[in-house]
Ligand binder design. Sequence first.
Ligand SMILES: Cc1cc2nc3c(=O)[nH]c(=O)nc-3n(C[C@H](O)[C@H](O)[C@H](O)COP(=O)(O)O)c2cc1C
Length: 161
Amino acid sequence: MTEPHLLIIWHSRTGASEAMARAAARGAGDRAQLMAAQDVSPENILSAGGYLFVCPENLASMSGMMKEMFDRCYYRVLGKIEGRSFATIIAAGSDGEGAQAQIDRIAKGWRLKRVADPVIVNMEAQTPEEILARKTVPEERLEECAALGEALAEGLAMGVF
Ligand SMILES: Cc1cc2nc3c(=O)[nH]c(=O)nc-3n(C[C@H](O)[C@H](O)[C@H](O)COP(=O)(O)O)c2cc1C
């Protein structure tokens, strides 16, 4: 992997966020490290040049596993990653703004710099059956995620961010 690399951190319950994180990693190629939130350590965060956070909105919040990653790592890296770049992709059933705002607030605490507009992919799941079903993200949205991954990794490699 080339340095400084993009760390893509994801959590997914029904597959949408995982597919989008994998698409972003495909776009970034060998300039990205793709990690499930539960596996991320403070050392992984410290060694990356920038971050892409990808998770669903659950009950108006980021998903619990993503929050657990922030809780576990927050103070271990506070003050050591200031100015690094970040972006987000949120999978939602109908909204997504709550999860988005929470990650933005935590990133502000870390003094990260948002370098791409927020991406919220609304899967339009309304009923319990739809919400609990395995998700298939439309191809054009996956391509958008791939393009974002490529742009972030490229910007980091070129020292633009
Ligand atoms: C327990 C639970 C709570 C949810 N709450 C919300 C919510 O507050 N707002 C929203 O837009 N979608 C909500 N959803 C829908 C998911 O965000 C949506 O299905 C998303 O595509 C799931 O992403 P994933 O496949 O990566 O898990 C919820 C889903 C679950 C399972």
